[in-house]
Structures are given as C-alpha cells and as structure tokens.
Ligand binder design. Sequence first.
Ligand code: G3H
Length: 494
Amino acid sequence: MPDDIFAELHDNQTPPLYRWFNGHAWVESKNGHYKDVVSPIDHTVLGKFPVVTTAEIDDAIARAHGAQRLWARVEITKRGKVLRLAADWIREHEPLLTTLLIKEIGKPADEAKDEIVRSADMLDYYTHEALHVGGEQLPSDAFPGYDQSKISIIERVPQGVVLAISPFNYPVNLSVSKLAPALMMGNAVIFKPPTNGALSALYLTQIFRKAGVPDDLLVTVTGGGEDIGDYLVGHPGINMITFTGSSQVGKSAAKIAGMIPLLFECGGNNAALVINGCDIETTALEIVKGAYSFAGQRCTAIKYVLGLDSDLDKVLPRVVALTQEKIKMGDPRDPGTKSVGPLITESAAKEVEARIVAAQQAGAKIVLGGKRQGNYIEPTILDHVTMDMEIVRIETFGPVVSFVRVKSIEEAIDLINRSTYGLQAAIYTCDEGLGIKLAGELDVGTVWINNKPQRGPDHFPFLGTKGSGVGVQGIKYSLEAMTRLKPIIINKPG
Ligand code: G3H
C-alpha cells in the first residue's frame, strides 16, 4: 500500500489541518474548531484535528447502526480477512507509524516500535481466536415446573454500536485491542482517540478503511474528552463502551453511561512485594523494568515496593545501581534513550514533581533523581514512603518508584488490599508456594510471581478490581465481551 493513501488525512499547511473520518469520507471541521497536537519532545504543533459537533456525532452513530446490521451478516472468515490485511499494512507502515508515535507521545524508539508490531500481531491473533467464539446448547432440566422437553439454543450476537475510547500511552495498541474484537464479532465502532495519539489513530483508521472495512462501520471522531466525551458516553445510540484511561474518568463515564455493558481498564497503582529477597538480582531488575518503561506512564507500572527492612536493605541498593546503569533519560528519538523520555505534558510532570516534594516534606527520602526539567522527570527512587503520601496513595503517572517499609508480610498484604486500585501486583520470592498462597490473598486482577506486572501476553486475561476497571480483556475474553448471549428456546420435537 503506497504511503500517499495517507495524503487525504490532512492538508498541506504547516502545521497540517487533519480531517476526521465520518465512516465513509475524510471531513474538515464544520465550524473551524480545531485542537492542537503538541509534541511532548519539543512542543511543536504536529497537527490540528477537528472537534466534531454533536450533530455530526448523531449522524455518524445513526449510520453506524445500519452498517452494523449488514456487517453482522458477513461471514466471520471474511471479517478476519479484512483485519489480517490491516495487520499486514500496519507491518508495512511500521517505520512511519513508529516515527509518528515517538513524536506524538514521546515514547522511546524501541518501545514505540514494539507497540506497532504488537498491534499487528494482536490483530492476527484476534482473527484466529474469533473462529472459536461461539454459542452453546443446553437441555432443560428438573427445576420445579420444567421437564426435559425444552432446548435452549444460545447464540452469541454482537452488542451493536461500540464506543471505543483509547488512551495516550498506547494510542495504536490500545485502539487495536478495542477495534479488533468489536469488528470481528460483528459490531460497528465509534472510535474516540486521545488528544496526543489522535494523529496515529487517524493513520490507523485509514489502514482499516483501505483494508476493506465497509462504509460507516468504523467512525473516528476527534475532539477533546472535555468537548465530546460526555456526549458520546451518554449517547442513546451507543450499546457498549470499551475504555482505557484514568480511574477518575472511568468512574464518571460509568455514571453517565448507565446500564450498558462496560469494558473498562482504568488506573493501576501496582505494588511489588519482596519476601526473603533471595534472588536479589532478578528482583531488582524486574522492579527497574516495571517502574520505568515509558517513563512509568503505564497502568501496569510498579509504583511501590513493600518489604521488611532485612529484604529492602538488600534490594534497594541494587535497584539504584541498575537504574543508573540501564535507564537513560533523554530525547525519545535517540536510540540511546532507555525508557525515560518526556512526560506527556509539562503539567503532568509538574504534578509528579509536586508529589515527590510533598513526600520528601512528609519524611520520605530521595535516594535517586527527584528533579524535573521541563516535562522530564529524572528516574526517581524514594525510600521511607508511607501509604498516606499522595505519591503512592493515588496513581503517579511518572518514573518514580517508592519503597515502603513494613513490619510484617500481613501488614503489606493489608496495605495493598486497602488501596482503592486493584489492577496488578508482583511478589518476589524463592518460595513459589508461599507466593501462590499470598497471591490468593491479594485483591487485585492479576498477581505476577518473580516478574514485573504487565498486560501481556495479550491472550491472557487482563482485568482490574475496585477502581481499576470492570470486565475482562485479553483476546478470547475481549471477543466474548463484544457479544451478548441470546437464548432461543424450542420445545423438543416428539
Ligand atoms: O497502560 C495500560 C496498558 O494496558 C499497559 O500495558 O503492560 O503492556 O505496558 P503494558
């Protein structure tokens, strides 16, 4: 596919004015209302995208319902063909998409490339797994008033028109993880990308379009969350919402959406519990990787490490040494930069800085880093942090890891369980049996043993408890979530 298929996305001004995709055409702003995408690297305006109007949203959603009814009748193998072609074109355009992603969200080059490749692989996997998602059949049984004369034929039918809202930290991958299962299972999608990440999402939309997604089935609406978020979420034409973003926005969206199916991945504030730190090297390395990938702007990042003095006194110095050795802060375009580029905005960096300062004033000790330069935060390690400090009480989206000293493992488990978040946790121990036992006591979606928390592999179930989300993602689980069961009951002949 030639690169000039992307030419219709924008005009030739500097910065370019982008168009939004109404399901069948690339459309300019009706009222001249545009929003800037500012690169976190050098603050240049990479492009401007239209803020769509509510009338345009109404029209697109109405058309999406018609398109969905036709798409649901298309054989699943044919739907898969379209999505596999999209996967191939993502691979073909990987250099272009990677470069755009680096500029748009400041993701370091290696991690940006991984995001693009992972998205193509994920699409392929979805198309295969979808072939195995089906309904079932149940005979009736002897509940009062029933005999065995009935059969329930239970089909899986599409939810209808799915609203997909993706976040800035994975604007391609966490869009594909929504679009692919929705489309594979016969739904239409109203896709609302984040502000930083909107341009990547528009490129992705064109790839889906050119791969053969029919008219009006996939609509990409642009605009800030503050402009169109609530309107979309509360729209009566939306049958389901799949969302990744903060717990705060997720809770507000859930209230507005009311009684429709929700698949939400929200904030995480993930703990690492170190017990009898025997393999110090592995433990320290996993903590470093877990804390600093994409400058800690991942919902699965490790935010705090809990343990007894005897364990933390061994692990902390290795975490410091490995951070100094392996994590290099710098321009994300530079291949020498390892994990820590700029935060998404200067105000986000200022917020992280304020929490570091507040923690220090409340008695925490800065062991490494702690300074802000523009929208960069140095890789930071804090010790003697307590759970009442904001730096660990609420999700801190930055490259900071805090050490929290406890008097017993029971105290550590209690602190983790008291959190308002429940995405993931990690336990580092040589006694895997003990690890499994303690994992059972943690009120979180997933527990990793001797590994960093993370979403993948992408076919594993991924979920959060409490403020960290609702519903289960992961390839098979997301496909199922994009359907509802429809029992049709017949009387057994004879
Ligand atoms: O930020 C939320 C993402 O789902 C985290 O994904 O663990 O692959 O970085 P990741």
